[in-house]
Design a protein around this ligand. Sequence first.
Ligand code: DX5
Ligand code: ZN
Length: 231
Amino acid sequence: MARVEVAASITTADFGNLYRVVRKLERAGVDRFHLDVMDGHFVPNITFGPDVVAAVRRLTQLPVDVHLMISEPARYVDRFLEAGSDTITFHVEVDEPGDTKRGTLERIAAARRVPGLAVSPATPIDAVRSFLDRLSIIMIMTVEPGFGGQHFMAEPAAKIAQARGLLNGRPGGQVHVDGGVSAETAGVVGGYGVDVCVVGSALFQRGPDTAREIEAVKLAAADSRPVGATG
Ligand code: DX5
Ligand code: ZN
């Protein structure tokens, strides 16, 4: 049975006590942290910037995945590298030339961090094809980017299988799924061969049952993962 990791998205957590949030999620068994950076321009919501990423970085040894939902990743990527991000994923839909996006992916790799592209629900997977030689993560969005706590969209989840196909055979290639993932929906994304489930509100709504929810997501996703999916 292939292992599936859980990345905790803290967008809907209590920012008044980040230390406690991080400790609690670590104890509950998350594998990584997923930090949603929103600029109020690429998406209609604002969260936080590199200083909060650096703060989480100081609080944990687990991998810190930064998900940039910002209009100008090329302009800000260095700040997020300096903040100690382990992986940086930005949106393939941003209005920057292909060469600029390629350059951003190369800068992330040159800093020995892991580069990725995120794909919004309405975007076909083909949009990442021309960047495949430069990326290690494909992040499939199963909600419209912008807010935590939205309902899982089943249709775009099918792109996980296509992304897995594009990355198969590539050492270190990972497919992440982001948006509305919980114990109820993990089987669907596991069935498509996902490697990392981003889970946000499901971890915070269930209060003391966080550990159980994490375990249930991992089990449901791994149970349905197709034989032979590698990554
Ligand atoms: C949506 C964010 C997600 C989200 C995850 O724009 O990228 O990471 O906060 O949270 P849930 O699990 O609540 O959808
Ligand atoms: Zn995210």
